[in-house]
Design a protein around this ligand. Sequence first.
Ligand code: ZN
Length: 320
Amino acid sequence: MPEGHSIHRLARQLTDVFGGQRVRVSSPQGRFAAGAALLDGHVLTRAEAVGKQLLVSFDGADLRAGADGADGHRVLRIHLGLYGAFSFGGDASFVGASSIGAPRRMGESENGQDAGDDAEYTGPPAPVGAVRVRLVSDHGWADLRGPTACEVITAGDVAALREAAGPDPLRADGGHDDAAEFARLLRRRGVACGQLLMDQAVVSGIGNVYRAELLFRAGIDPYRPGRKIAEREATDLWADAVFLMHDGVRLGRIVTTQRDPHHPVAREDVTLDADAADIPDEATRFVYKHTGEPCPHCGTAIATAVMAGRNLYWCPGCQH
Ligand SMILES: [Zn+2]
């Protein structure tokens, strides 16, 4: 499942290529036809991530639906879930507008055609497979397939959604309020901290990879109850999440081994500031999917178990 950093990247890309433009919205597959009709032909103002949810705002979208949203504001809410992914394509200006650059991974599938390589862009290709939503501007297109959630919501719904979401390490502005709030939410319950880190009401955007790696880096046993986490440990966890997840946005992949809190260089095969694209997958994480391998710190075999419905990985030797 894409974690928060990839949703932030996706939001940035959507804003870059569609922001401020009138967009045709359709549902080639048909399942989102009514929602698409509400947004079709309106200006896409911006996309943003709230935790693992993607919110795409449209100005002046249709008001026939009711009295709410008197400003004519409609928001497309998307949760990619396990299988959802966007693909993009378009002319050179479309690709050039992206702060992210060349085609790359979005969600968990490759980013569509070799956008911009064609000498002439002649419009979007015929939809392939179950395209839930298609966005089309003068210069390019985006197709969404397989999301868990895809619906049109109001400004009021967005406010409620923000209210319910825990602090987001990728929205942290450097102030201490978010760290303190995270510590409070984590430490008030007797539930295992490995489970609490996956609870979007406690912290937004952390998924299975970051949960395992953050706890390993902090030396915290995932089964330790939130209540038994010291305040300092909680604020350190927060700071590490801010650091690692911003790195994830920048690199476009999760790499937790480049800077090790315990050793200057984490692994023999990973050097500081190595080009992230050159790091082999297995070297980008300490414990995630390293079951049975020796812990790089203490040599104990990495363990695995299911927690909160997902595979958990940790070192029983140095996480307490
Ligand atoms: Zn260990």
